[in-house]
Design a protein around this ligand. Structure first.
Ligand code: PLP
Length: 392
């Protein structure tokens, strides 16, 4: 059997073998609790602090500004609900973009049910949130703005430098969900006035079940969990040392290899986009042509919008893993994507996107195999209804 081609790195990435080797000792005899004072405990504490320092270095932050969490989802929830719990008394208003991941949208909806004013900011047809729209949405009571650094469906990069400056000049906190962007494009919380930033380890060749929230020193925020006071009281629980050892190594590798990896991945992505646009009839790219993650592309195929799941399963059968929309929307593939809807696509098209996302281990032959398989599968699917009607 031919080896499978994995092109769904926006859903999750394979753990880098160097990350795995950093984790393995902690799954064996090393059993100390980082809270303990003995040598085993101090050894574990050192591993946790190394992970924190590496995540901080990836973002240009100080280590004491990093809260290690159990996922990107948890980091987003802590940012939105934790910041809201510390809002000053009185009227409060929050702005989030309409294209956020559910781990931001759902906490925002919860705030709305609790009486906080919430504005869902639109984006343009290219998937980009306009800072001028943000400026118009702000109110005297706006306390928090949240716009993702890169979208998980389209891969489009948002102008977070400008957006964070608009929020800061208004006196509102700025949060960015950088789960898709971290480790792939440079992020710098010193250059940009970002107060809160979420990331997730399994999107950057680290283990699943680990994330981090950057909290700018002095940002008012309350914990969601209550317990033994770990993570500066913001995320109490015994630290998941084996996982965090992997987070630290994954963050370091991402930082050290980002520049070279971005050049390599952009070249692969261009091969992919050009291959699909020229080799697959009726294909178009969703989102801004170039302002996108190095390894991310999202396509629509004319007359096959209703067939995205069929197409995905045909590709799967051919040994190729890609995604229709986002990984969490795959369970509801019959529903239009809220991201594509916000970009102005109708309900039919908004159900029909195909997401291809490259990672550290993706190669040129992977891309070529995908383009050939997609071209064949699309042609077969398009022929099918014609044959059926010819028989009818
Ligand atoms: N935010 C974005 C943009 C994502 O793409 C994801 C995961 O797909 C998350 C948040 C959630 O991260 P996690 O899977 O670590 O909970």
């Amino acid at each position: 059997m031919a080896p499978r081609v994995y092109l769904d790195n926006a859903a999750s990435t394979p753990v880098d073998p160097r990350v795995l080797s950093a984790m393995l000792p902690w799954l064996g005899e090393a059993c100390g609790n980082p809270g303990s004072l003995h040598a085993e405990g101090r050894h574990a504490r050192a591993a946790v602090e190394e992970a924190r320092a590496e995540v901080a270095a990836l973002l240009g932050a100080d280590a004491d500004e990093i809260v290690l969490t159990g996922s990107g989802t948890e980091a987003d929830n802590l940012a939105i609900l934790g910041a809201a719990a510390a809002f000053p008394d009185g009227e409060a208003h929050v702005v989030v973009s309409a294209i956020e991941h559910p781990s931001v949208l759902e906490p925002a909806r919860r705030l709305s049910r609790l009486g906080v004013g919430v504005t869902f900011l639109p984006c343009g047809a290219d998937g980009i949130v306009d800072p001028a729209d943000l400026a118009r949405a702000l109110r005297p009571s706006t306390r928090l703005v949240s716009v993702m650094a890169a979208n998980n469906v389209t891969g489009t990069l948002q102008p977070i430098t400008e957006l964070s400056r608009v929020a800061r000049s208004h006196g509102a906190l700025f949060h960015t969900d950088a789960v898709q962007a971290a480790g792939k494009v440079p992020l710098d919380v010193r250059r940009d006035p970002i107060d809160l930033l979420s990331l997730s380890a399994h999107k950057l060749h680290g283990p699943k079940g680990a994330g981090a929230l950057y909290v700018r020193r002095g940002t008012p925020i309350a914990p969601l969990l209550h317990g033994g006071g770990q993570e500066n009281g913001l995320r109490p629980a015994t630290e998941a040392v084996p996982v965090l050892a992997g987070v630290g190594r994954a963050a370091r590798l991402a930082r050290e290899e980002m520049a070279d990896e971005a050049v390599r991945t952009v070249a692969l992505r261009e091969r992919l986009v050009e291959g699909v646009l020229s080799g697959v009839e009726g294909a178009s790219l969703v989102g801004h042509r170039f302002r996108r993650l190095p390894g991310h592309a999202c396509f629509l195929l004319d007359r096959l919008e209703g067939e995205a799941v069929r197409l995905l399963l045909d590709l799967d059968e051919a040994g190729i893993a890609v995604s229709s929309g986002s990984a969490c929307s795959a369970r509801h593939a019959d529903r239009p994507s809220h991201v594509l809807t916000a970009m102005g696509f109708d309900a039919v098209k908004a159900r029909g996107s195909l997401r291809v996302s490259l990672g550290r281990f993706s190669t040129g032959p992977d891309v070529d195999a995908f383009v050939a398989a997609l071209s064949g599968a699309a042609a077969r699917l398009r022929r099918r209804p014609a044959r059926a009607s010819a028989r009818a």
